[in-house]
Each structure stands twice: as C-alpha cells, then as structure tokens.
Design a protein around this ligand. Structure first.
Ligand SMILES: Cc1cc2nc3c(=O)[nH]c(=O)nc-3n(C[C@H](O)[C@H](O)[C@H](O)COP(=O)(O)OP(=O)(O)OC[C@H]3O[C@@H](n4cnc5c(N)ncnc54)[C@H](O)[C@@H]3O)c2cc1C
Length: 285
C-alpha cells in the first residue's frame, strides 16, 4: 500500500515586533487545514536559535500540530549541537531538518571554524547520539546546489546524507517539474529509496521570485519571468497568475508520484492556502 502523502508548512522565526505579533494568526490559519507538520528555519551559526525554539513552542502549544526545527551545523560544535538536540528531545520534538547552512563566503572553506563542515556529518552525529529518536529530513537540490562542482558530485554528496541515516528529503524550490522528476529518477537508479518531497514556493511578486531563484540557482522559466514583470504593478493579476503557475506545478508533481509537498510559506497564510484550495487538498469542516 502506498504511504500517505506528507504536506508540511515552513515558517521562519520573525525578526520584527510586527512579525512576532502577526505569527500566531498565520499559524492558526495554516494549522486549520491540519498539515502533517510545521518546520521552522534556523540561521547558520545559530543566529536564530532562540527564535527557532520559541516558534516551535508557539506551534506546539497553539495548535498541537507536530513541529520540526531546522538545525544547521556549519561553524558549530558537537557540544552545542548536542545541547540543542537534548533541549528539543525533552520538549517532545520527533523530527529534525538537518542542514549544513551557509556562513559568510569568507568563512566557507575546508578550514572554517567549527566541528562540522557538511550536512552528512550532522546526520551521522544525530544518529550516533540519539539513535532513531528523530525522523531526519535533509535538503535535496533537483537543479544542483549552487556551490557544487557538478550535478554528479552533488548527487553523490546527497547520497552520503541518506547513507548517514536521513529518512526523507525536502527539495529546494523549483518551477520546473522535469528537474524534480529527473532527480527522482536518479535516486531510483542509485537505489536511494527515501521520499523526496518537493519544496514549493508560492509566487507573490516579481522581484522576490527573481531574488529567490537567483539565490538558490533555480531556473525561473523565461515566460513566467516575463509575465511576472509585466504584471508587477497589478498585484491581484500577478497573484492570480502566480497561483495558476504553481497550482499546475503541484498538480503535475502529485500526478507524477511526488510523496507530498513542503510549502515555503514565508510566514504568509493566504498564498499557501490558495494553493491548498486549488489542489482540493483536505479542508476539515
Ligand atoms: C528544505 C530546505 C530548508 C533549508 N533551511 C535552512 C535553514 O533553516 N537555515 C539555513 O541557514 N539554511 C537553510 N537552507 C539552505 C541550506 O542551508 C543551504 O542550501 C546550504 O548551502 C546547504 O545545506 P545542505 O544541508 O544542503 O548542505 P550539504 O548537503 O552539506 O551540501 C552543501 C554543498 O557541499 C557539497 N558537499 C557536501 N558534502 C561534501 C563533501 N564531503 N565534500 C565536498 N563537497 C561536499 C554539496 O554538493 C553542496 O554543494 C535550507 C535549504 C533547503 C532545501
């Protein structure tokens, strides 16, 4: 029997008093559709550590929905990561999104400070210290991580995270379903059997979409970029167009066998809930 699909919502710890005030409302709206879990990002080098923890507490106390902290390891020490894992385990967290993270370019070298350099080392550390207590998600890059030497080398590094004990992967955002299907096909050929859940970024603007894609090396199809640019000053029309493009992407992914969807909500409820409704995903009474 096929496993049930997984639908999850990603949040970030708010950085302004307005963001803090708005977040419980956003969480409440998103929780109403009963996602499988929320995940909460974490700054590399520990910059959002308390924010991540507080946001996890808010999700769990307010909604009872499972919450998964992201944990980045670059520039960190075993003792620091161990303390965070203990803290999360004590509060009942059962899922971790294990990442390398990014430090400023000057600090990213093999001799960078800290006891971890790549995410596979973090996955191994979590398994060594906590066995199977956590379900571990890792990042996957259908269009290649921007710093990788080649698609093949990047895939080998992804495989090492799976060998180290990852249970599932969440992909970087993309707008080209074929890149995802190609990645899944490569996993099949390499006997990598974990679920690869597509990361979905709703389209809410021209400049931010170009920036997000540029930042992570995702291909923004030319026709989509041109239409977004044209609609830049007509927000309702841009939102309609963006929702249509991303709904079609999600439909194609689910039809093609994707094991769920992970939505990058950017702490906004309506763009993600609009996709949810378009896709006719379950809406509790
Ligand atoms: C779903 C998702 C959530 C994210 N959440 C966060 C977050 O909360 N906070 C944050 O700061 N960032 C986050 N990121 C961004 C992520 O931290 C960056 O993309 C980072 O550059 C890579 O992290 P990783 O875990 O994929 O690293 P890795 O898997 O370690 O890979 C990083 C790079 O190093 C290469 N590599 C891996 N192992 C080796 C090796 N042994 N030798 C040489 N090269 C190697 C890989 O090919 C790749 O180019 C997220 C990304 C995704 C997709």
């Amino acid at each position: 029997m096929a496993s049930p699909l997984s639908f999850s919502f990603e949040l970030f710890p708010p950085r302004t008093p307005e963001g803090v005030a708005k977040l419980p409302g956003v969480i409440g709206q998103l929780a109403a559709v009963r996602p499988n879990y929320f995940s909460v990002t974490y700054g590399a080098g520990g910059s959002d550590q308390d924010g991540t923890y507080q946001t996890i507490v808010t999700v769990v106390e307010q909604t009872g929905v499972e919450a998964a902290p992201h944990l980045t390891c670059v520039g960190s020490t075993r003792a620091h990561i161990a303390a965070l894992l203990d803290r999360y385990r004590k509060m009942g967290v059962k899922r971790i999104v294990a990442l390398r993270g990014d430090l400023p370019a000057t600090a990213m070298s093999p001799s960078a400070p800290g006891e971890f350099h790549y995410a596979n080392e973090l996955v191994r550390f979590i398994r060594e210290t906590h066995g199977d207590a956590f379900h571990i998600e890792v990042a996957a890059y259908p269009e290649m991580h921007p710093q990788a030497q080649s698609p093949g080398a990047d895939f080998e590094h992804f495989r090492r995270k799976v060998e180290a004990g990852a249970d599932a992967a969440l992909t970087q955002l993309f707008y080209n379903a074929d890149a995802y299907f190609d990645f899944v096909e490569r996993c099949g050929k390499a006997e990598v059997k974990i679920p690869i859940v597509p990361g979905i970024m709703p389209i809410t603007g021209f400049a931010n979409t170009v920036r997000f894609c540029g930042g992570c090396g995702a291909d923004l199809p030319r026709w989509v970029r041109l239409r977004l640019e044209e609609l830049e000053n007509d927000k309702p029309a841009l939102l309609d167009f963006g929702a249509e493009v991303v709904t079609r992407l999600c439909e194609s992914l689910l039809r093609g066998g994707a094991p769920g969807l992970h939505f990058y909500t950017v702490n906004q409820a309506s763009p993600t809930l609009r996709l949810w409704k378009n896709l006719a995903l379950p809406m509790p009474e």
